[in-house]
Design a binder for this molecule. Structure first.
Ligand code: MG
Length: 498
């Protein structure tokens, strides 16, 4: 493999960067092990080990000689696009790392670890007062983080950019305004027309984990997932994907024991994340441009497989025989039942269980609230009421407990503010990619044949192989010649559900 990195300065940067890469590699293994294998009480030592490794990695990144090299490389004019990618990613990481004083980071980590405990207790007892003071501290920390990072228009911009490079609040607002305006009447119409059900008897059917695992593995094999060669499927409380590198990408799922749609679609979702990592250009190995470029683009890949492929009628037909073989209750149902069951639409309280149509409203609600916290001085005391009002406005339902309202997500307890919009970006973008893919491929026919190669190649060519060379917006321009446009998703919802 000939190196794509020729410039001497960049080569020196990459030689030194290997250490940072190796620490990241080790941290991923520790993180994966924590979720999949670690006994409960290992948490104390594991978090200290992880914290120390983060400090070590930061030390290497912020070494004056290293920063000098990156600065020098910024001034070189004839770098190729790979080398420019390396410099852009490192420059951004250094800028973000240098923004926060060490006392602030220490405070952040102490507050969020206590806030997470308080959140768990508050959620268990459905007692918001236990979390409220911590949420005020988190809001304060988020504002200070935004100030340290700097912004032009509003504090929320600074936090958003951490998760989606170059994205601004105004753009998110425009996207959600459009969605709210168009999707609300659409949702009403979908409920009225009843082309897809609000509930299905398959939700109640129970299964054996071992049988269900066979189904998940069958699907992954159909997708050509390199199980045992470059990947694994394991079980964890919350399904996730982690990449140790390009050749070792692991996913997890979970088995509730009923409502098998959840385990199947979450496995398919994580496969989408994993494929992005697996299909990168191997010449990027050990460099900072390895790995998906942003959360929104990453989520577009997982949602593509989950929504476009996994919820299609053709996919229901494709997996029906293996469902029938492994799940005894399946003999009472047809492939069409599976399709309808995978596509139920029903306004409900919990984001993670929401269907494709109502999901974006859950994100919109959080976006509105986060923005109020940062820009309008809204306090934790006012948030439950604001949450419930907005839920009623968007979905016509009002939570009766904190658990099904403001206490449902862990994100704020973790200090993560500005993250939620990336979920919607992924969903919208997955539909946009689909319509572009349809110009080149007969997507439905390929799914019904179980012939996923051309779909994977299409995604590799346009998105995956580029790793993080280009910032998200530029990647999209190169891939499809457009910027993010919610119209495609609205069209997809109309075609699918009306
Ligand atoms: Mg995801």
């Amino acid at each position: 493999m000939e190196s794509v990195f020729q410039n001497e300065t960049v080569r020196e940067i990459l030689m030194r960067y290997r250490r940072i890469w190796a620490i990241g590699h080790a941290q991923s293994v520790l993180g994966w092990d924590m979720e999949v294998n670690m006994p409960r009480e290992g948490i104390l030592e594991r978090s200290v080990a992880q914290g120390e490794l983060s400090v070590l990695s930061q030390e290497f990144l912020l070494k004056p000689e290293f920063i000098e090299l990156v600065e020098k490389a910024k001034g070189i004019e004839d770098l190729n696009e790979y080398e420019r990618g390396v410099v852009r990613v490192l420059d951004r990481n250094i800028r973000i790392s240098r923004s926060f004083p060490p006392e602030f980071l220490r405070e952040m980590s102490e507050v969020t670890s206590q806030a997470t405990k308080a959140w768990e207790e508050a959620k268990r007892s459905d007692d918001y007062s236990k979390f409220e003071p911590w949420l005020d501290r988190i809001i304060d920390l988020a504002k200070r983080a935004a100030d340290y990072l700097g912004y032009e228009d509003e504090p929320y911009d600074a936090l958003l950019d951490l998760f989606e490079e170059g994205l601004r609040t105004k753009e998110v607002e425009r996207m959600f305004d459009k969605l709210e305006k168009e999707l609300k009447p659409l949702l009403e119409k979908i409920m009225e027309e009843g082309k897809v059900p609000q509930s299905h008897p398959l939700e109640k059917e129970t299964y054996e984990q071992a049988q269900m695992e066979k189904v998940n593995r069958w699907i992954l094999e159909k997708f050509g997932f390199p199980l045992g060669v470059r990947s694994r499927l394991d079980v964890s409380a919350h399904p996730f994907t982690t990449e140790f590198g390009i050749r070792d990408v692991r996913i997890t799922t979970r088995y509730e024991g009923y409502d098998f749609r959840m385990t199947v679609l979450s496995t398919v979702h994580e496969f989408g994340h994993a494929l992005y990592e697996l299909q990168q250009d191997e010449r990027f190995m050990f460099s900072p441009i390895v790995g998906g470029v942003s959360l929104g683009i990453h989520e577009s890949q997982s949602r593509f497989w989950e929504n476009i492929v996994g919820r299609s009628r053709e996919f229901a037909g494709l997996i029906y025989p293996t469902l029938r073989e492994n799940l005894p209750f399946m003999s009472k149902y047809t492939p069409e039942d599976v399709y309808l069951y995978f596509n139920m639409v029903r306004p409900d309280f919990i984001r993670t269980e929401a269907d494709v149509v109502t999901y974006n409203f859950h994100i919109l609600l959080r976006f509105k609230l986060e923005r109020m916290m940062l820009n309008e001085g809204v306090k934790a005391r006012d948030l439950p009421e604001l949450w419930n009002d907005e839920m009623e406005n968007l979905l016509g339902i009002r939570p009766k407990t904190y658990r099904e309202g403001i206490l449902q997500d862990i994100h704020w307890a973790h200090g993560t503010v500005g993250y939620f919009p990336t979920y919607s970006i992924g969903t919208l973008l997955s539909a946009q990619l689909y319509y572009h893919m349809k110009r080149d491929l007969n997507v439905e026919e390929l799914i019904s044949e179980g012939n996923f190669g051309p779909i994977k190649d299409w995604l590799r060519e346009r998105i995956h192989r580029h790793g993080s060379i280009y910032p998200p917006k530029e990647l999209l321009q190169r891939a499809i010649g457009e910027e993010l446009n919610p119209d495609y998703f609205i069209r997809w919802v109309k075609e699918r559900y009306l």
